[in-house]
Design a protein around this ligand. Structure first.
Ligand SMILES: [Zn+2]
Length: 282
């Protein structure tokens, strides 16, 4: 991208915003370019411009690609931490677009965008979004909405934890030791999310309601009870399956994990595994 000073960049962006407000038809390719531009220059753009782009992303149905709306939010969170949205009418529009069938384009957009949006809203609007999200979850449970709203603390995990547990299907039990690699074994997307929430919010995985997930695979048995796991069945590569802080914090508490990974690295050095080990486990 051509290097231009911040003042000129914002002047040009203002002209672009004025044009976009008037322009009804925008080719999808252009939206991709605009998204790239926001991603690259979000730090230098004035927050008023990002605010205008956020409005365009909602008001013009051609922009209803979830990625564009979320791209702007990410840039605001990264570089404009003092940005707090307090526009109730705009929030109503956002809520109508991300709940059920969109009144502007007729499609159903991912409801978890409500939770991302909550990250840049003031307390009143957050309360409003929270009620909306809780209503959606109670009337038609949406696992992605529950996960994102919980992780970003718009709602508390216990509001719909049982809904989420009921929603997730346990995997068929595997006969004998797994011949699959960790990648294939760790494929239960929602169960991964549930375990992430449990680690993050210190939920007791020994509770009877998690029993239905036990005994299906060595990998999940390990995640569900690291302390009492039979480490003869442990595979060092499991530590790199879901490399997030709550996971590593749990692993750090268990001596056998460190020892097993050390041993695996001695037998066969692996740069990726070594990186995770040295950066997160010791
Ligand atoms: Zn739409």
């Amino acid at each position: 991208m051509v290097s231009i000073d911040k003042f000129t960049l914002n002047e040009m962006a203002r002209l672009l915003v004025a044009l976009l407000k008037k322009e009804e038809f925008i080719h999808p390719n252009k939206i991709g370019h605009l998204q790239y531009f926001v991603n690259q220059k979000g730090e230098e753009l004035d927050k008023e411009i990002l605010h205008d782009l956020l409005k365009i992303a909602i008001e013009n149905k051609k922009f209803h690609s979830e990625a564009f709306f979320r791209t702007i939010i990410v840039q605001i969170l990264l570089y404009h931490k003092d940005f707090v949205l307090s526009d109730a009418a705009f929030t109503d529009q956002v809520m109508s677009i991300y709940t059920g069938k969109c009144p502007k384009c007729g499609h159903e957009h991912p409801t978890e965008n409500l939770a991302y949006f909550g990250l840049i809203c003031d307390k009143n609007l957050k309360d409003k979004l929270r009620s909306k999200v809780l209503n959606i979850l109670s009337s038609k449970f949406d696992p992605d909405l529950y996960y994102i709203a919980t992780i970003y603390e718009l709602i508390t995990y216990n509001s719909h934890l049982d809904y989420f547990i009921n929603y997730i299907k346990p995997m068929p039990k595997m006969a004998g030791p797994s011949l699959l690699g960790a990648r294939e074994e760790a494929h239960n997307y929602c169960l991964n999310q549930l375990i992430h929430i449990a680690y993050r919010f210190e939920i007791n995985l020994g509770d009877i309601k998690f029993d239905k997930f036990k005994g299906c695979s060595d990998y999940y048995d390990w995640l569900l009870d690291m302390k009492n796991f039979d480490y003869k069945k442990f595979q060092a590569k499991w530590i790199s399956e879901y490399p997030t802080k709550p996971y590593f914090d749990k692993m750090k508490e268990v001596r056998q994990i460190k020892e097993s990974v050390q041993l695996a690295l001695k037998e066969r050095y692996n740069r990726l595994l070594a990186g995770y080990y040295f950066n997160n486990l010791i």
